[in-house]
Write a protein that binds this ligand. Structure first.
Ligand SMILES: Cc1cc2nc3c(=O)[nH]c(=O)nc-3n(C[C@H](O)[C@H](O)[C@H](O)COP(=O)(O)O)c2cc1C
Length: 194
């Protein structure tokens, strides 16, 4: 029997007016869609409305909009987070979103595509690794990173020098898919225990 495709949710983490995030997210989603046996679901945080106040810790009072997102996250085999760097870390919009969910992240791989100034958003990525470790997710070592991102994309929203970043995306996706399948198979044998 053919294997079920690996389902990836690609999260656009910035919600700022005039943000660059969707340009990077669109490019990366295209790279992922070109992978055999991968399905891609974009999730733009600008389209997500979650209350500013988190509910009780056990999430019993989670509102319907959070339940709807939780369902989408639960159906994913892995995640890609598209993140800029804000003040040497990741945007508050992303932290707020991550904190709304718990089990949905656990025992799943998370990959990062970052952008920013000279550091290419990598300080945001390293900060995110700590957060996802706490949530029992597995972060993928390889990243795709765009330093001085505005100079690296053309007016058509595509990288001016696509070769290097396409290769980096392929390496990231290969690793993410490996982890997604490995963890899926492991969980089928033995439920994850925290
Ligand atoms: C509040 C804020 C803080 C920022 N801090 C950094 C930073 O620490 N390092 C960096 O490389 N770029 C920083 N930048 C520049 C962003 O990387 C750049 O504006 C990027 O386009 C932001 O992503 P967005 O357009 O998707 O919101 C900052 C931008 C903002 C709005």
């Amino acid at each position: 029997m053919a294997q079920r495709p690996v389902h990836l949710v690609v999260v656009t983490g910035s919600v700022r007016t005039g943000r660059f995030g969707p340009t990077v997210a669109r490019w990366f989603a295209e790279q992922a869609e070109a992978c055999p046996d991968v399905t891609v679901e974009p999730l733009d945080l600008a389209d997500v409305t979650l209350p500013a106040r988190l509910p009780e810790y056990d999430m019993r009072d989670r509102p319907p909009e959070a339940d709807a997102i939780a369902e989408r996250l639960a159906a994913a085999d892995g995640y890609i987070i598209i993140t800029p760097e804000y003040n040497h870390s990741f945007p508050a919009s992303l932290k707020h979103f991550i904190d709304w969910f718990m089990e949905e992240w656990q025992a799943k791989p998370v990959g990062f595509v970052s952008y920013g100034g000279m550091a290419g958003g990598l300080r945001a990525v390293e900060a995110l690794r700590l957060v996802f470790a706490e949530l029992h997710a597995v972060t993928v070592r390889e990243t795709v990173s765009f330093h001085n991102h505005r100079e690296r994309f053309g007016a058509d929203g595509r990288p001016l020098e696509p070769e290097g970043c396409e290769q980096a995306a392929k390496v990231l996706l290969d690793q993410l898919v490996w982890w997604a399948l490995a963890l899926r198979e492991a969980k089928e044998r033995r439920p994850y225990r925290r």
